[in-house]
Ligand binder design. Structure first.
Ligand code: GRF
Length: 212
Protein backbone atom coordinates (compact mmCIF):
# COMPACT_ATOMS: atom_id res chain seq x y z
CA UNK A 1 0.00 0.00 0.00
CA UNK A 2 1.32 3.45 -0.90
CA UNK A 3 0.71 5.38 2.27
CA UNK A 4 1.69 9.04 2.62
CA UNK A 5 1.99 10.86 5.94
CA UNK A 6 2.00 14.67 5.82
CA UNK A 7 3.25 16.62 8.85
CA UNK A 8 1.98 20.17 9.35
CA UNK A 9 2.06 22.93 11.96
CA UNK A 10 0.03 25.76 10.51
CA UNK A 11 -1.66 27.25 7.47
CA UNK A 12 -1.57 24.13 5.31
CA UNK A 13 -1.46 25.61 1.82
CA UNK A 14 1.11 23.06 0.68
CA UNK A 15 -1.01 20.36 2.28
CA UNK A 16 -3.96 21.60 0.24
CA UNK A 17 -1.89 21.54 -2.96
CA UNK A 18 -0.94 17.94 -2.20
CA UNK A 19 -4.53 16.95 -1.47
CA UNK A 20 -5.73 18.57 -4.69
CA UNK A 21 -3.04 16.91 -6.78
CA UNK A 22 -4.69 13.53 -6.90
CA UNK A 23 -1.39 11.84 -6.03
CA UNK A 24 -0.85 8.16 -6.80
CA UNK A 25 -1.28 7.07 -3.16
CA UNK A 26 -3.70 4.72 -1.42
CA UNK A 27 -3.90 6.54 1.89
CA UNK A 28 -3.00 9.95 3.31
CA UNK A 29 -2.73 10.76 7.00
CA UNK A 30 -2.14 14.29 8.25
CA UNK A 31 -0.41 14.79 11.59
CA UNK A 32 -0.04 18.16 13.29
CA UNK A 33 1.99 19.08 16.36
CA UNK A 34 -0.27 22.11 16.75
CA UNK A 35 -3.92 21.54 17.68
CA UNK A 36 -4.77 24.99 16.22
CA UNK A 37 -3.22 24.37 12.80
CA UNK A 38 -5.54 25.65 10.06
CA UNK A 39 -4.35 22.80 7.89
CA UNK A 40 -6.30 20.33 10.07
CA UNK A 41 -9.59 21.81 8.81
CA UNK A 42 -8.34 21.57 5.23
CA UNK A 43 -7.49 17.89 5.74
CA UNK A 44 -10.97 17.24 7.15
CA UNK A 45 -12.55 18.94 4.14
CA UNK A 46 -10.78 16.39 1.98
CA UNK A 47 -11.90 13.55 4.29
CA UNK A 48 -8.35 12.69 5.18
CA UNK A 49 -7.48 11.14 8.56
CA UNK A 50 -5.95 13.61 10.98
CA UNK A 51 -4.01 13.23 14.19
CA UNK A 52 -2.69 15.78 16.68
CA UNK A 53 0.41 15.12 18.72
CA UNK A 54 0.99 18.26 20.72
CA UNK A 55 4.70 18.74 21.38
CA UNK A 56 3.79 20.68 24.51
CA UNK A 57 2.59 17.44 26.07
CA UNK A 58 6.12 16.04 26.00
CA UNK A 59 9.01 17.00 28.27
CA UNK A 60 11.68 17.07 25.56
CA UNK A 61 12.36 16.78 21.85
CA UNK A 62 13.32 13.10 22.03
CA UNK A 63 10.12 11.97 23.74
CA UNK A 64 7.99 13.98 21.31
CA UNK A 65 9.88 12.58 18.32
CA UNK A 66 9.48 9.04 19.66
CA UNK A 67 5.71 9.48 20.08
CA UNK A 68 5.47 11.06 16.63
CA UNK A 69 7.45 8.24 15.01
CA UNK A 70 5.18 5.66 16.68
CA UNK A 71 2.09 7.29 15.15
CA UNK A 72 3.75 7.67 11.78
CA UNK A 73 4.96 4.07 11.71
CA UNK A 74 1.47 2.82 12.48
CA UNK A 75 0.55 4.25 9.05
CA UNK A 76 3.35 2.25 7.39
CA UNK A 77 4.22 5.18 5.15
CA UNK A 78 6.15 4.87 1.95
CA UNK A 79 6.93 8.58 2.35
CA UNK A 80 6.69 11.21 5.08
CA UNK A 81 6.27 14.76 3.78
CA UNK A 82 6.96 17.85 5.88
CA UNK A 83 4.60 20.63 4.82
CA UNK A 84 5.30 23.63 7.01
CA UNK A 85 6.17 21.42 9.99
CA UNK A 86 7.83 23.88 12.36
CA UNK A 87 9.78 21.50 14.57
CA UNK A 88 13.45 20.65 14.40
CA UNK A 89 13.63 16.88 14.22
CA UNK A 90 16.14 14.84 16.20
CA UNK A 91 18.93 12.98 14.38
CA UNK A 92 17.41 9.66 15.46
CA UNK A 93 14.07 10.60 13.91
CA UNK A 94 15.67 11.70 10.65
CA UNK A 95 17.82 8.56 10.51
CA UNK A 96 14.74 6.38 11.03
CA UNK A 97 13.18 7.86 7.86
CA UNK A 98 16.29 7.99 5.70
CA UNK A 99 15.38 8.41 2.03
CA UNK A 100 11.65 8.60 2.83
CA UNK A 101 11.43 12.01 4.48
CA UNK A 102 10.93 14.99 2.18
CA UNK A 103 10.52 18.74 2.67
CA UNK A 104 9.66 21.89 0.76
CA UNK A 105 11.77 24.94 1.58
CA UNK A 106 11.10 28.53 0.45
CA UNK A 107 14.49 29.31 -1.11
CA UNK A 108 16.82 28.01 -3.74
CA UNK A 109 18.92 25.83 -1.47
CA UNK A 110 21.72 25.79 -0.46
CA UNK A 111 21.08 29.54 -0.23
CA UNK A 112 18.98 30.80 2.68
CA UNK A 113 18.56 27.80 4.91
CA UNK A 114 16.47 28.45 8.05
CA UNK A 115 13.74 31.01 8.59
CA UNK A 116 12.76 34.38 7.06
CA UNK A 117 14.10 33.41 3.66
CA UNK A 118 12.15 36.03 1.70
CA UNK A 119 13.21 38.96 3.90
CA UNK A 120 16.82 37.82 3.71
CA UNK A 121 16.63 37.40 -0.08
CA UNK A 122 15.31 40.97 -0.40
CA UNK A 123 18.02 42.28 1.91
CA UNK A 124 20.74 40.61 -0.15
CA UNK A 125 19.45 42.22 -3.32
CA UNK A 126 19.47 38.96 -5.25
CA UNK A 127 17.44 38.93 -8.44
CA UNK A 128 16.35 35.29 -8.53
CA UNK A 129 14.74 33.46 -5.64
CA UNK A 130 12.61 30.34 -5.43
CA UNK A 131 11.88 27.09 -3.67
CA UNK A 132 13.28 23.60 -3.30
CA UNK A 133 11.98 20.12 -2.56
CA UNK A 134 14.66 18.00 -0.94
CA UNK A 135 15.12 14.83 1.06
CA UNK A 136 15.72 15.55 4.72
CA UNK A 137 19.04 14.80 6.36
CA UNK A 138 20.28 15.63 9.84
CA UNK A 139 21.70 18.94 8.56
CA UNK A 140 18.87 21.50 8.65
CA UNK A 141 17.55 22.41 5.16
CA UNK A 142 20.22 20.40 3.42
CA UNK A 143 19.86 17.05 1.74
CA UNK A 144 19.47 15.73 -1.79
CA UNK A 145 17.54 18.14 -4.02
CA UNK A 146 14.68 16.73 -6.09
CA UNK A 147 13.29 19.79 -7.86
CA UNK A 148 13.59 23.57 -7.73
CA UNK A 149 11.64 26.48 -9.17
CA UNK A 150 13.09 29.94 -9.63
CA UNK A 151 11.16 33.19 -9.68
CA UNK A 152 12.35 36.74 -10.30
CA UNK A 153 12.55 39.33 -7.54
CA UNK A 154 10.84 42.39 -8.95
CA UNK A 155 11.79 45.97 -8.13
CA UNK A 156 8.66 46.71 -6.12
CA UNK A 157 8.54 43.41 -4.23
CA UNK A 158 8.10 43.26 -0.50
CA UNK A 159 8.21 40.17 1.72
CA UNK A 160 4.52 39.37 1.11
CA UNK A 161 4.52 39.70 -2.67
CA UNK A 162 7.71 37.68 -2.96
CA UNK A 163 6.44 34.99 -0.58
CA UNK A 164 3.25 34.68 -2.61
CA UNK A 165 5.17 34.28 -5.87
CA UNK A 166 7.38 31.60 -4.34
CA UNK A 167 4.48 29.83 -2.63
CA UNK A 168 2.69 29.44 -5.94
CA UNK A 169 5.69 27.47 -7.16
CA UNK A 170 5.93 25.42 -3.95
CA UNK A 171 2.40 24.27 -4.71
CA UNK A 172 3.57 23.16 -8.09
CA UNK A 173 6.89 21.43 -7.33
CA UNK A 174 5.89 19.61 -4.14
CA UNK A 175 3.15 17.46 -5.72
CA UNK A 176 5.45 16.83 -8.68
CA UNK A 177 8.28 15.56 -6.44
CA UNK A 178 5.94 13.31 -4.46
CA UNK A 179 4.39 11.94 -7.64
CA UNK A 180 7.85 11.06 -8.94
CA UNK A 181 8.73 9.39 -5.63
CA UNK A 182 5.55 7.34 -5.51
CA UNK A 183 6.00 6.25 -9.09
CA UNK A 184 9.52 5.05 -8.33
CA UNK A 185 11.15 7.64 -10.60
CA UNK A 186 13.65 8.99 -8.06
CA UNK A 187 17.08 7.43 -7.63
CA UNK A 188 19.22 8.63 -4.76
CA UNK A 189 22.99 8.31 -4.90
CA UNK A 190 24.72 10.08 -2.04
CA UNK A 191 23.65 13.69 -2.29
CA UNK A 192 22.35 13.40 -5.83
CA UNK A 193 18.84 12.67 -7.02
CA UNK A 194 18.28 11.38 -10.50
CA UNK A 195 14.76 11.69 -11.89
CA UNK A 196 14.00 8.94 -14.34
CA UNK A 197 11.56 9.30 -17.20
CA UNK A 198 11.10 13.01 -16.65
CA UNK A 199 11.62 15.91 -18.93
CA UNK A 200 14.74 17.84 -17.81
CA UNK A 201 12.84 21.09 -18.02
CA UNK A 202 10.43 19.81 -15.35
CA UNK A 203 13.23 19.41 -12.81
CA UNK A 204 14.41 23.04 -12.82
CA UNK A 205 11.54 25.43 -13.44
CA UNK A 206 12.60 28.93 -14.36
CA UNK A 207 10.10 31.74 -13.74
CA UNK A 208 7.38 29.24 -14.54
CA UNK A 209 4.51 31.41 -13.38
CA UNK A 210 5.52 34.31 -15.57
CA UNK A 211 5.88 32.29 -18.75
CA UNK A 212 2.33 31.12 -18.76
C1 GRF B 1 6.03 27.12 3.27
O1 GRF B 1 6.57 28.34 2.82
C2 GRF B 1 7.08 26.05 3.26
O2 GRF B 1 8.03 26.22 2.25
C3 GRF B 1 7.75 26.22 4.60
O3 GRF B 1 6.71 26.56 5.47
C4 GRF B 1 5.65 27.19 4.75
C5 GRF B 1 4.40 26.40 5.03
O4 GRF B 1 3.25 26.99 4.48
N1 GRF B 1 8.46 25.01 4.96
P1 GRF B 1 1.90 26.17 4.40
O5 GRF B 1 1.56 25.76 5.82
O6 GRF B 1 2.14 24.99 3.52
O7 GRF B 1 0.91 27.13 3.83
Amino acid sequence: MRSLVILISGRGSNLQALLEANLPVDKITVISNNPQAEGLAIARQYHVDTLVINHRDYPDRESFDTALAEKIDACQPKLVALAGFMRILSDAFVAHYTERLINVHPSLLPAFTGLNTHARALQEGIKIHGCTVHFVTSQLDHGPIVIQAAVPILADDNEETLAARVLQQEHRIYPQAIRWFMQGQLELTGNLVKVHQANTRDIALHSPGLQE
